[in-house]
Design a protein around this ligand. Structure first.
Ligand SMILES: [Zn+2]
Length: 110
């Protein structure tokens, strides 16, 4: 991978870290406003519990992605970055830009 490509990828990763951080903050804000002690009907209470569950699992997913993106940003200068963990071939640049934390090339991922 050449310097220019690495720089482009680094910019893409930083952008995605920012986007996911924003999303995460929004979700955490929303999770706070779901008040389970509100005297609401049984059905809507179950609804809000379900929504709360979905929200919390999205928060967990976003946190995991954020941690992986930060890890990738740290390792981007390493020899291994951009190589498929399975076959050792280079992972396509378009794939890396969309999903910088990819460890598999498109063929191995399928
Ligand atoms: Zn592969």
């Amino acid at each position: 991978m050449d310097r220019k490509t690495r720089n482009e990828l680094q910019a893409a990763i930083e952008e995605q870290i920012e986007a996911v951080s924003r999303e995460l903050a929004e979700m955490q804000e929303r999770a706070k406003t779901v008040d389970l002690d509100q005297p609401i009907g049984r059905l809507s209470r179950m609804d809000s519990l379900t929504n709360q569950g979905i929200l919390l699992s999205s928060v967990t997913k976003a946190k995991t992605r954020l941690a992986r993106l930060k890890q990738v940003l740290k390792n981007i200068d390493g020899q291994e970055y951009g190589l498929c963990r399975e076959c050792g071939e280079e992972i396509g640049i378009q794939r890396l830009k969309a999903l910088p934390e990819s460890e598999l090339c498109i063929d191995c991922a399928q």
